[in-house]
Design a protein around this ligand. Structure first.
Ligand SMILES: [Zn+2]
Length: 253
């Protein structure tokens, strides 16, 4: 691999850390994981790593046409996410059912995320950056930041603390669990990348499963390819490569 050492990028800024058996992705809306990390998810499942999703809202404020009955949107969007998951090798998809546009990092949301974390027992959690991205405002939709903040709060300290949300342990038998790694998608300062050139077609297939959101776009593949070329160039990868970038955080042991 040819790397741009001028950016202080080295081999350890790429790939999947050792010891990862299970990964949990927490996002605000159906389609967020496919846009932000579809190639990464395909990479993980192809390695035999088990990937689960936790989708906080039903994306019920999404869409682009008035013809669809709005009350039908949650079921449509859940079904689209299930179809997209199949493309990338993910079948464990947990929908929290919060209202689109209203997500807050409150204790209800945090506790729901802790519950899923303790069930899945991931070594790596992928979520959306809780920090504002002024260069790409849509990446930091308020729901995205809320999902990222609630997930980060759940990671530290609640999921590892047996006395946080004690009813999860006392009534549901869910023991504390410590997660090792956090990857944030949409961050302005990524420091970790995956070369997902070979996974691009599956990523586009997964995104296309969200027909209620993307079927009106003329050049979906071209748009996504441009983002991934930019990420690859930032990572110092050679021309023609496609990448997905994250801010990687090693969580305390
Ligand atoms: Zn979204």
């Amino acid at each position: 691999m040819s790397l741009n050492t001028a950016n202080n990028v080295s081999a350890e800024n790429f790939g999947v850390p050792e010891g990862i058996e299970r990964v949990l992705v927490v996002t605000a809306h159906p389609d967020d994981v496919d846009f932000g990390a579809g190639g990464t998810i395909a990479t993980l499942t192809d390695m035999g790593i088990s990937v689960s999703y936790c989708i906080c809202t039903d994306g019920d404020a999404g869409g682009f046409d008035d013809a669809t009955d709005r009350s039908a949107i949650p079921a449509i969007r859940r079904a689209e996410q299930v179809a997209a998951g199949k493309v990338l090798g993910v079948t464990d998809i947990n929908f929290l059912g919060y209202r689109d546009g209203y997500l807050e990092p409150n204790h209800d949301v945090q506790k729901d995320i802790v519950r899923i974390m303790r069930k899945v027992k991931p070594q790596l959690v992928i979520t959306q950056t809780p920090e504002r991205n002024w260069e790409r405002l849509p990446a930091t939709h308020p729901d995205h930041m809320a999902a990222g903040e609630a997930t980060t709060r759940a990671l530290y300290p609640a999921v590892r603390n047996p006395y946080a949300y004690p009813e999860l342990r006392n009534e549901e038998g869910l023991e504390a669990w410590t997660v090792s790694w956090l990857w944030l998608q949409g961050h302005t300062e990524p420091n970790h990348w995956l070369d997902v050139t070979e996974k691009f077609d599956r990523k586009i297939q997964a995104i296309s499963s969200h027909a209620s959101q993307v079927s009106h776009l003329d050049d979906l593949a071209g748009m996504v390819k441009e983002w991934q070329k930019l990420a690859a160039s930032r990572a110092g990868l050679p021309e023609g490569k496609l990448a997905e970038g994250f801010r990687q955080i090693k969580l305390p042991d």
